[in-house]
Structure formats: structure tokens, C-alpha cells
Write a protein that binds this ligand. Structure first.
Ligand SMILES: *Cc1c(COP(=O)(O)O)cnc(C)c1O
Length: 353
């Protein structure tokens, strides 16, 4: 693959890593590649970070033809930089592309684009505790016409942003509201694709929950409105009577890489892990019987986020006295340990640059 590189003549001063938030500062360059039905993927280039010029009729602006990924580059104590399961992100992006009628990118091409670009921006990977370089690959349909159909042109871009520690004040369990009006996805819809539209449609419930003092919403299935799906931009897991349970992937849930890694890790340690239907009623009953032991969300941004309270209509379910549970803490320590190179990587998840 031929990637042309144009370096910035105007590099920024890198921010102090103790001041980093999420997704506000971007690195000096971006990777761009175009697709057309006749040429395939072409014109791969790394250019100075800056605004894009797109046609006002571009498909993405009208019909929401967009998918994205999210992963991180971590700086180890020895100064080396590593990624966590990047091929999983590339494969998921291609599955999202198929769902949204966008072109797939051959795995080796996508991996080369990613590693070439991250190597160029390596100095931007921060080293303070808990910080990382967030990587956002995304693709959009880019035909210059208002006709509604599968696109013949697309653009793939990677941007990167140094991000601060998710838990600046320590890991505090969050309060989550179970959403009983809006739904995020139904089987056959786009719930299992990482596409922008899913987020646009979920903001309303998120805003409502925030006004009531909850940090995120927990989505129920769109048909029966009783089975647990996921939390905001995280998958969700529970420990009920010693067993780890998480909703099965049946078309409406985003197949998280953190979710997959946790299932593999816990199974290797001898835990019983079940992917199945979980109803709100089951959680309520388990809570009454003292068997709802732990709950947590999981995703790349937070790794694991303990849930201290769930609110369903007028009922409040307080879990583990609102404190982080043992398994939740263990998962956080093990996964972040592997990601930052402090814990042995028995699973071969780490990809060194
Ligand atoms: C990205 C995402 C997740 C988490 O996936 P990871 O690969 O673990 O980061 C979960 N739910 C939704 C809706 C997401 O977009």
C-alpha cells in the first residue's frame, strides 16, 4: 500500500497530560483514503489535521451513512507504544460497513493504515497514569447526489486525540436509569453496527436521565421492553448468585471488544459466564433475594464502570451498597494492566508498534 505523507509545517505544542479531557485536543495529522466503485480504495494519505471540504449534497449529510470505531494506543512504562486487539476493531468496522452498504477495507490495508499513522503520531501518546491516545477511525458515504441508494463513493479517515484518565477521582460507581420510553435498537435494525445514527437517536433519553441525576441510560429491548440490552456506549454485565451474566448478542446489541475480552478472561479463570436474556424482573427478584452482587458497564473508554444504582420507573435498585464489587475491581486491574503492559498478556491481545 502506498501512503503519501505530508507533514505539518506548524506542529502544536502538546498539552500537559494532567489537563487532558476526552476528544477535545487532536494530533497534528490525519489519515485519509478515498473509495470509488471503479477505483476501489485509493489515494491513501497522511496530511496535516484540518477541516474537510465536502459537497453539500454528500450522502452522509442527508442520509446518515456513517460508521466509526474507537480504540486506544497505550504507552508502557518502558516507553514503547501498544494497541489492544486492533484487528477486532477492523473486523467490526467491516461488519458495520456491510450493514450500512459502505465498502469494506481489506484487513491488511486497514492495519497498515492504522499502524503507519499511529507510528507517525507516536510522540502524542501521553505517559501520565491512565492517559492514552484515543484513535477514531470512521467512514462515510460521500456521493455528490441526493439520490437514495447504496453509495459509490466513500471516505475513510483516522483522527487521534490524547485523552485523560477516565477515573481522575478514583473509580466511583455510577447511577443508571433504565429507559422505559425510547429504544435504541431492534433486531434487524442497526444496533449491532457502530454507526453514528444510533447515537443521534439515543441522545434524547440520555439528556432526560442526566437532568434527573443519572449518568447514563440502560436500554431495554425494543419489542418486549423488558430485557436488558446495554448501557449508553457500554455493554453491561451482572454478577447474580456467583454467576456472571450478560445479554447475548442477538442483533440489537453492539458486540464490544471489552465485553468479548472480559468473557474470555473470566472463563479462563473458571468463572461461570452466561450470555442470555436478562429481564428487569429477574434483576429485581435477585436484588430482593440478596443475589444481585455486582453490576458494571464495559467499553474501551472506561474499561469497566461499576454500577451502584439502577432506577426503574419509581424503584431504585442499590447494588453492593453502591460500592465497587470484587470482580469489577479485578477486571479493571487485569484489563488495564494488560493494556498498559503491567500485567502479562497471556491471550496475545497486545499489538506492539
Ligand atoms: C463502542 C460501543 C460499545 C463498547 O465497545 P468496545 O469495543 O468494548 O469499546 C458498547 N456499546 C455501544 C453502543 C458502542 O458504540
Amino acid at each position: 500500500m502506498n501512503i503519501s505523507i505530508t507533514k505539518t509545517t506548524n506542529p502544536q505544542v502538546k498539552p500537559d497530560s494532567s489537563t487532558l479531557g476526552f476528544g477535545k485536543v487532536f494530533t497534528d495529522h490525519m489519515f485519509i483514503m478515498d473509495y470509488s466503485a471503479d477505483k476501489g480504495w485509493h489515494d491513501a494519505r497522511i496530511v496535516p489535521f484540518g477541516r474537510l471540504a465536502i459537497h453539500p449534497a454528500s450522502t452522509v449529510l442527508h442520509y446518515g451513512s456513517e460508521i466509526f470505531e474507537g480504540l486506544k494506543a497505550y504507552r508502557r512504562a518502558d516507553g514503547e507504544v501498544q494497541l489492544f486487539r486492533p484487528l477486532e476493531n477492523i473486523r467490526r468496522m467491516n461488519r458495520s460497513a456491510v450493514r450500512m452498504c459502505l465498502p469494506e477495507i481489506p484487513e491488511d490495508m486497514a492495519l497498515e493504515a492504522l499502524t503507519t499513522f499511529i507510528n507517525l503520531e507516536k510522540d502524542w501518546v501521553p505517559s501520565a497514569n491512565g492517559t492514552s491516545l484515543y484513535i477514531r477511525p470512521f467512514m462515510f458515504g460521500n456521493d455528490e447526489t441526493l439520490g437514495v441508494h447504496a453509495v459509490k463513493n466513500a471516505t475513510f479517515i483516522i483522527i487521534t486525540s490524547p485523552v485523560g484518565s477516565y477515573y481522575k477521582e478514583g473509580i466511583n460507581p455510577v447511577k443508571i436509569m433504565i429507559e422505559s420510553e425510547d429504544v435504541r435498537a431492534v433486531r434487524g435494525g442497526t444496533g449491532e453496527a457502530k454507526c453514528g445514527g444510533n447515537y443521534a437517536a439515543s441522545n434524547r433519553a440520555g439528556e432526560r436521565a442526566e437532568k434527573l441525576g443519572y449518568s447514563q441510560v440502560l436500554w431495554l429491548d425494543g419489542v418486549h421492553r423488558k430485557y436488558i440490552e446495554e448501557v449508553g456506549a457500554m455493554n453491561v454485565m451482572f454478577k447474580i448468585d456467583g454467576e456472571i451474566v450478560t445479554p447475548m448478542l442477538a442483533g440489537s446489541i453492539l458486540p464490544g471488544i471489552t465485553r468479548k475480552s472480559i468473557i474470555e478472561l473470566l472463563k479462563s479463570e473458571g468463572y461461570k459466564v452466561s450470555e442470555r436474556l436478562i429481564s428487569v424482573d429477574e434483576l429485581e427478584k435477585a436484588l430482593e433475594e440478596g443475589k444481585l452482587e455486582e453490576a458494571w458497564g464495559c467499553g474501551t473508554a472506561a474499561v469497566v464502570s461499576p454500577i451502584g444504582e439502577l432506577c426503574y420507573k419509581d424503584k431504585k435498585f442499590v447494588i453492593n451498597e453502591g460500592k465497587i464489587g470484587e470482580v469489577t475491581q479485578h477486571l479493571y486491574d487485569t484489563l488495564t494492566g494488560i493494556q498498559w503492559g503491567k500485567v502479562e498478556d497471556k491471550f496475545n491481545w497486545v499489538y506492539k508498534l
